[in-house]
Ligand binder design. Structure first.
Ligand code: DC
Length: 223
C-alpha cells in the first residue's frame, strides 16, 4: 500500500526541516506544498498581478506550469521551466503566497497537482490542508505546532543566519499576520484534522520532534 504521511501546521512550526529529515529517515520523498503557493505568489509579484485580485490570480495560476523535482539538495520548484527555488523564501513572497492561497480555484489546481504527485510514489507531504483535504486517507496525520513566540524565535534565528535584518518583533508580527490570514480564510483554513495527532514542539529539540514523528508513523503503520 502507498505510504503517504501528512503534516500540517502554522508558519514556522518547523514543518519543512522536520519533514525533510523524517522523510529522509523513512527513505521517501518530501513534498513541500508551501513552495507551490510561493511559486504562484512570486509570479504574481513579478508580473505585477495584484494578489487581492482573485480573478487575475486565478487566471495566472491556470496558465502557469508549476512543477517540482527532488534532487540531492532537496526539492526544487519550477515555474514554466524556470527554477525559482532560490527566490521564494523572502518575506514579500511569504505574504503573497498566503494571499493567493485564499482563492478557491487556485486551491483546486494545487490540490489536484499535489494529489497526483502523492499517488505516484511514497511521500511525506507538508502544508496547511494536507490532513484535511489533500490526503484524507494518509497513513499518518500530524498537526505540528509551537507557541507563536517560539516559532518567531526560530524563524528569526534562521533569518539572522542568512544575513537578513528583520528584528524579532517584526518576525513575530509577520508570523501572527500570516497565521491570522491562513486560519481565517474562507476556503480550507488551517485547522487540526480530527484524526491528526497533535505534536507541540515548543519545548522539544529538533531530534526529539523527528523521533516523535517517526514513532507516530510506526504506530499508525503497524497499529
Ligand atoms: O508553508 P509555507 O510557509 O511555505 O506556505 C506559504 C503559504 O502558502 C502559507 O502562508 C499558506 C499557503 N499554503 C496553503 O494555503 N496550503 C498549503 N498546503 C501550503 C501552504
Amino acid at each position: 500500500m502507498r505510504l503517504n504521511i501528512a503534516i500540517d501546521g502554522p508558519v514556522g512550526a518547523g514543518k519543512s526541516s522536520i519533514a525533510d529529515e523524517a522523510a529522509r529517515r523513512l527513505g521517501i520523498l518530501h513534498l513541500d506544498t508551501g513552495a507551490m503557493y510561493r511559486a504562484l505568489g512570486l509570479t504574481a509579484l513579478r508580473k505585477g498581478v495584484s494578489t487581492e485580485d482573485e480573478a487575475a490570480v486565478t487566471n495566472l495560476c491556470r496558465h502557469l506550469n508549476i512543477a517540482v523535482s527532488h534532487e540531492k539538495d532537496g526539492q526544487h520548484t519550477f515555474v514554466d521551466g524556470e527554477d525559482v527555488t532560490g527566490l521564494i523564501r523572502t518575506p514579500e513572497v511569504s505574504m503573497a503566497a498566503s494571499s493567493v492561497s485564499r482563492y478557491t480555484d487556485v486551491r483546486k489546481e494545487m490540490v489536484r497537482l499535489q494529489q497526483k504527485l502523492a499517488a505516484e510514489t511514497d511521500m511525506l507531504v507538508d502544508g496547511r490542508d494536507i490532513c484535511t483535504t489533500v490526503l484524507p486517507n494518509a497513513t499518518a496525520k500530524i498537526f505540528l505546532t509551537a507557541s507563536p513566540e517560539e516559532r518567531a524565535r526560530r524563524r528569526w534565528l534562521e533569518m539572522q543566519a542568512k544575513g537578513q535584518t528583520e528584528t524579532y518583533e517584526q518576525v513575530l508580527e509577520e508570523l501572527k499576520k500570516r497565521d491570522e490570514q491562513d486560519m481565517n480564510r474562507l476556503v480550507e483554513p488551517l485547522r487540526q484534522a480530527e484524526d491528526a495527532v497533535l505534536l507541540d514542539s515548543t519545548h522539544l529539540s529538533f531530534e526529539q520532534v523527528v523521533d516523535r514523528v517517526l514513532e507516530i508513523v510506526e504506530e499508525k503503520r503497524h497499529g
